[in-house]
Design a protein around this ligand. Structure first.
Ligand SMILES: [Zn+2]
Length: 255
């Protein structure tokens, strides 16, 4: 095409006195004011294509169905679709049943994360490992082959599970008494409170700290940071915590 144009120009200008052709590479349209404005306008239209058809010129608005959609809108639709597919697959998984059973009515439920506000990493690790039965107590250590027996060293006739450690073991009787003194209900209700209420979490962390049983793994888990945070919130007049705990019988999604 370039050769054809060159020949045509040469033929036309052959008789001119100062005719000269100089060939050089240039960046197409760079710096041409009108071209820059068109480029800018075209980009703006494409960017908001999915929600501003009214701003398009009439001849473009007529063919809106063939115009490309906004990139961010496409990403949003794609991500929503992926989330929907993931949720559907996750809920069909056999692991979901156990997961929902374990975390329902706990501070780890996605609707109740406000309860763990202010909890730091080692405290949260402790809470999760206790709640899932993966804390380094005899039962779990024996299960993974790291300890010879699952029987409690102090009680001798009971398996040292999380429930035994927190609610039964006579080695921690005084620490447990201090923990449950501010909580209501029987052992089952007490256990639920320990993992689902802000005050329960504070009492639980203090008890674990007092027993020193898991200090080697989690170091200092005393809830001084939570107590300080609550005091500051109370002093600021904003209330202690904006709990968002679902009512009994109110089924919430877990995921
Ligand atoms: Zn015991």
């Amino acid at each position: 095409m370039a050769h054809k144009a060159l020949r045509a120009i040469t033929r036309k200008e052959q008789g001119s006195a100062n005719f000269e052709i100089k060939i050089a590479w240039i960046t197409a349209h760079l710096g041409a004011e009108g071209n820059e404005l068109v480029d800018k306008a075209a980009k703006e239209v494409v960017e908001r294509m999915s929600d501003s058809f009214d701003l398009l010129p009439l001849y473009l608005a007529k063919c809106r169905s063939s115009l490309p959609a906004r990139l961010s809108a496409l990403k949003q639709v794609h991500n929503t679709k992926l989330r929907w597919m993931w949720r559907k697959k996750w809920k069909a998984s056999p692991r979901y049943v156990q997961y929902a059973k374990t975390f329902k009515d706990s501070c780890f439920h996605k609707e109740s994360r406000g309860v763990t506000r202010g909890v730091i990493r080692n405290q949260l690790s402790l809470l999760i490992q206790l709640h899932t039965g993966h804390a380094p107590l005899n039962r779990h250590l024996h299960h993974i082959g790291k300890f010879k027996t699952e029987i409690c060293n102090s009680c001798k006739d009971r398996i040292k599970s999380m429930e035994h450690y927190l609610l039964e073991c006579r080695a921690y009787k005084d620490d447990r008494h201090k923990m449950v003194s501010g909580l209501e209900g029987d052992d089952k209700a007490c256990m639920r409170t320990l993992f689902s209420k802000h005050n329960g979490i504070k009492a639980l962390l203090q008890c674990v700290e007092d027993t020193k049983r898991l200090q080697k793994t989690f170091s200092d888990v005393s809830p001084h940071n939570l107590i300080k945070m609550d005091d500051e919130l109370e002093n600021a007049g904003t209330g202690k915590c904006d709990y968002n705990w679902p009512q009994d019988g109110n089924e919430e999604q877990v995921g």
